[in-house]
Design a protein around this ligand. Structure first.
Ligand code: MTE
Length: 334
């Protein structure tokens, strides 16, 4: 990732971290949008802009059965933070850019091509994909490689449900996720910060792991554009950048596929990118993290003043996934 800029010096990155009851939140919408409109062109606080966009962002409800097998006791991150403090470089590199600019993304109509080394390749319409398997709500701990974390209730089903249906051929060893790259919808595509389309990948056994979630929603609603509408991956034991957003192709291949961040900085972002407190990023430690939304007592600056928490191996999912990497040198295969 880019080196986080010291926004706190400019005082323009204040997070809205309180949990706001829905009815209070809804009644604030008009006020925020009026304030945002009134201040357009003037020195508008990004915090206010983020609030305004979050207020707009509530999408259609998406019913799902809670899957308690993955329940964690940690407090869920406020919706406002999870939907306004994002990385989605197709819309800009600032954390507030996706909420601000992703309104141009059109998540319908949308198709996902499942292709490559499978016996049943198919182009799925998004609404068919959505109904392929029962939707579950799973509360996952998420850890970004930049050192912040969140707890988010996602809605989706295990990617393995899709993989089984398309019947991979024996030669399929990896799965590649390719995401939308459309200049008309995505203003950040003009930048050369990454190679587009954004691409990610998993080894087949990782992709088949039940934790790997093909995700259509969060907080009981369809995904807001800034969080990767209409469909994305969520891989809670890996750094956030492995979880590709706004997917248009899922390709089964025989060799490890190229991935955007690994191409951009191979010494910093490996293919596996499992959360590992013992393997530092070359420019910073990964031993601790700050939980977005835990900074209330100290002034509300997004993550910067939240107390440090110890980062857990595999982000706390070691019991479930460590066996996938048995015998591997995780310092080499970072
Ligand atoms: N997917 C696409 N297409 N483009 C991106 O820039 N950023 C990644 C990942 N998926 C990214 C992406 C990074 S760095 C992170 S931390 C997560 O999305 C953030 O997901 P969130 O905004 O839902 O927290």
């Amino acid at each position: 990732m880019l080196i986080p800029s010291p926004k706190w010096l400019r005082g323009d990155d204040i997070a809205a971290s309180e949990i706001t009851p829905r009815e209070v939140f809804e009644s604030r919408r008009r006020l925020l949008m009026m304030a945002a409109a009134g201040a357009a062109g003037a020195t508008m606080s990004p915090w206010l802009m983020r609030q305004a966009h979050a207020a707009q962002a509530h999408g259609a409800k998406l019913a799902a059965k809670p899957n308690t097998a993955y329940a964690i006791t940690e407090k869920v991150t406020p919706y406002e933070d999870a939907t306004t403090y994002n990385n989605f470089y197709e819309f800009g590199t600032d954390k507030s850019d996706p909420a601000r600019y992703a309104g141009t993304l059109r998540p319908r109509p949308w198709q996902v091509s499942v292709e490559g080394l499978v016996k049943q390749p198919k182009v799925y319409d998004i609404d068919e994909l959505l109904k392929l398997a029962p939707l579950e709500e799973r509360v996952y701990r998420m850890r970004c490689v930049e050192g912040w974390s969140m707890v988010i209730p996602w809605v989706g089903y295990s990617l393995s449900e899709l993989i089984r249906r398309v019947e991979p051929q024996p030669g399929a060893k990896f799965v590649q996720f390719i995401t939308l790259a459309d200049k008309k919808q995505m203003p950040g595509i003009g930048s050369s910060v990454l190679e587009w389309p954004y691409s990610e990948g998993l080894r087949m056994d990782e992709a088949m792991h039940p934790l790997a979630l093909l995700t259509f929603g969060l907080y009981g609603e369809v995904l807001p554009n800034q969080n990767g509408a209409p469909v994305r991956m969520v891989l809670p034991w890996k750094y956030g950048f492995k979880s590709a957003k706004s997917i248009v192709k899922i390709r089964f291949v025989d060799k490890q596929p190229p991935t955007s961040w690994n191409l951009a900085a191979p010494s910093e972002y490996g293919f596996y990118s499992n959360v590992n407190p013992d393997v530092d990023h070359p420019r910073w430690s990964q031993a601790t993290e700050r939980r977005i939304g835990e900074d209330k007592g100290s002034g509300g600056f997004a993550a910067l003043f939240a107390p440090k928490r110890k980062t857990l191996p595999f982000n706390g999912y070691g019991q479930q996934v460590a066996s996938l990497y048995a015998g591997m040198d995780l310092k080499k295969f970072f």
